[in-house]
Design a protein around this ligand. Structure first.
Ligand SMILES: Cc1cc2nc3c(=O)[nH]c(=O)nc-3n(C[C@H](O)[C@H](O)[C@H](O)COP(=O)(O)OP(=O)(O)OC[C@H]3O[C@@H](n4cnc5c(N)ncnc54)[C@H](O)[C@@H]3O)c2cc1C
Length: 511
């Protein structure tokens, strides 16, 4: 049996990018010589938001999933992240939104592009046109809980350290030397992804130029003094704040003195020095709850798939947190990949379906990287970028400009390239009214859906993977749409033969 081994010290073959097509092209009998039985269909490295969401999506299709998480305990820092409109829609599509909403705080959807203070434009085409602020550990916990409820296994304290793929599967090695065999491995193991590094997949882009310190502290001066000082200098220095966050606690963000090893947590003294440098006082900060630092590196993986190993979330793309898009992007990667990988495992995936994951999601990440580059420039205190910021602030008074930017940040403007067709083709369908209530209520099981206003079409032999709702009252201005499990419109029309061709394209050979 020929195979490629990927370890902390990759072999020459692996480090060139690990193109395994020659290995995967071996006759099927080669896999029979591997003594290890396939224990899992998919192993996911990393139980962050991306890994947990992917595990849940795979379980909707009965895929045997194991999530391996390096850390024994959930993260200690309580970073508040914003779930934007498209992510809220995804949660609604899986019946998770109520649970998540209970733990978060609704905020207006606008003012997230470079923090330019403009309200969201009227008429945003979504039933969920707001931002939900929620602590990252809470959203990770809720997604993990959901995945476990659906039957995923999660093992903590189990870092992936090496793997070896061949034409029959992937042998994954854990930190304690244990080996597990799976059909597919997905690296959802964050920015410093071991899986990506072991694969030898390039991660080009720009290194961090500015680090930022972030934490929660107590303060030694009255709140009015802090508020007054913030108002005074926030116009010039946009990259800092000191805001009340619960009883006696303040959230603090301040630029670091330089770029340093992110694995090293910052000290309280660094916060004090940097506050003094910007505000002329350290506000008597003391008793930190947690302190951390983050950078503004911008990088994109050259490939999202090498044979049986895939990458998703921060393992595939990183960018500055401005606009709050990273977690959203990762969860949306998982939503795009889940049903495709499940189809591959279940054996009905059309030949190129799994490769559409990279074809669709990498351009979306490229766009997010670019918009965060632009936003970062707009935060600069240099006169040039400040002038551009003033100009953009004026331009955002035009509804179309404001609309365009908010659709970018919230990902409701994403349109996958499914070929020529009406404007709706490739876009997500909002949660429209249908005779049973709301469309998204019909998508909880992660299956395709034919929404049929003509009442004369059928999903025929695809009914094991595609539902059919005949509803002449559906709030659509086209006769019928075929929705993929991720809610994107894969076909529009009223002709059965054309529909069958598209069912074949997305859902494979009928049963
Ligand atoms: C200050 C700040 C604010 C942010 N605000 C927002 C926001 O408002 N909205 C937003 O969308 N995004 C935001 N982000 C970005 C967001 O936090 C990340 O994009 C998100 O955490 C990525 O999720 P992930 O699951 O891909 O990776 P991670 O969250 O990094 O999870 C990866 C997991 O893999 C585990 N792991 C690592 N190596 C291994 C291994 N070898 N084996 C097994 N497990 C492993 C890690 O322990 C971790 O649990 C912010 C980021 C920062 C720094």
């Amino acid at each position: 049996m020929r195979s490629l081994r990927f370890t902390a010290e990759p072999s020459a073959t692996a480090s060139t990018g690990g193109d395994v097509s020659d290995v995967l092209g071996l006759p099927a009998s080669a896999s029979d010589t591997n003594p290890a039985p396939l224990m899992f269909d998919v192993i996911i490295a990393g139980c962050g938001p991306t890994g947990a969401m992917l595990a849940a999506e795979l379980r909707l299709h009965d895929v045997r999933v194991l999530v391996l998480e390096k850390e024994t305990e959930p993260a200690s820092f309580v970073r508040i992240v914003g779930l934007h409109i498209r992510s809220l829609e995804l949660m609604a599509m899986r019946g998770l939104l109520e649970r998540i909403r209970e733990r978060g705080r609704r905020r207006p959807a606008g003012a997230y592009f470079a923090g330019i203070d403009k309200p969201a434009p009227a008429g945003l085409d979504s039933a969920y046109a707001y931002l939900l602020g929620i602590p990252q550990p809470v959203i990770v916990h809720l997604l993990e809980e959901h995945a476990i409820e659906l039957g995923a296994q999660v093992r903590r304290g189990s870092a992936v350290t090496a793997f070896q793929q061949d034409d029959g599967g992937v042998t994954v090695e854990l930190v304690d030397g244990e080996q597990l065999r799976t059909r597919y491995l997905v690296g959802c193991d964050g920015a410093r992804s071991t899986v990506r590094k072991l694969l030898g997949v390039g991660f080009p882009g720009e290194p961090s130029r500015n680090d930022t310190l972030m934490g929660e502290v107590e303060v030694g001066v009255p709140p009015e003094e802090i508020a007054a000082r913030m108002t005074e200098i926030r116009d010039t220095y946009k990259r800092w704040w000191l805001r009340p966050f619960g009883e006696r606690i303040y959230s603090v963000v301040v630029p670091a003195a330089g770029v340093s090893d992110r694995a090293q947590p910052p000290t309280l003294e660094e916060f004090r020095q940097q506050l003094r440098a910007i505000a002329g006082t350290d506000f008597g900060v003391h008793s930190p709850r947690w302190l951390s630092r983050f950078g503004d590196a911008t990088r994109l993986a050259e490939r999202y798939r090498v044979g049986r190993v895939l990458l998703a979330g921060d393992a595939a793309h990183i960018h500055p947190p401005i606009g709050g898009q990273g977690l959203n992007l990762g969860v949306q990667d998982a939503f795009n990949l889940g049903w495709k990988l499940a189809a591959q495992v279940r054996g009905w995936a059309p030949e190129t379906l799994l490769d559409t994951y990279q074809a669709e999601r990498r351009p979306v990440a490229e766009d997010v990287l670019d918009n965060t580059r632009a936003q970062t420039e707009l935060l600069s205190s240099e006169p040039g970028p400040q002038a551009v910021r003033r100009l953009l602030t004026e331009l955002m008074d035009f509804d179309e400009v404001n609309h365009y930017l908010i659709e970018k940040i919230t990902a409701i403007g994403v349109r996958y390239d499914f070929g020529a067709g009406p404007e709706l083709l490739g876009r997500r369908l909002p949660d429209i009214d249908v005779k049973q209530g709301h469309l998204y209520g019909l998508l909880h099981r992660g299956r395709g859906l034919l929404l049929d206003r003509t009442e004369r079409l059928t999903v025929g032999g695809w009914s094991d993977r595609v539902d059919h709702l005949a509803d002449p009252t559906a709030a659509l201005d086209v006769p019928c749409v075929l929705l993929r499990p991720d809610g994107h419109v894969a076909w529009i029309g009223d002709d059965q033969q054309d529909l069958d061709d598209h069912l074949f394209r997305w859902f494979g050979t009928p049963d």
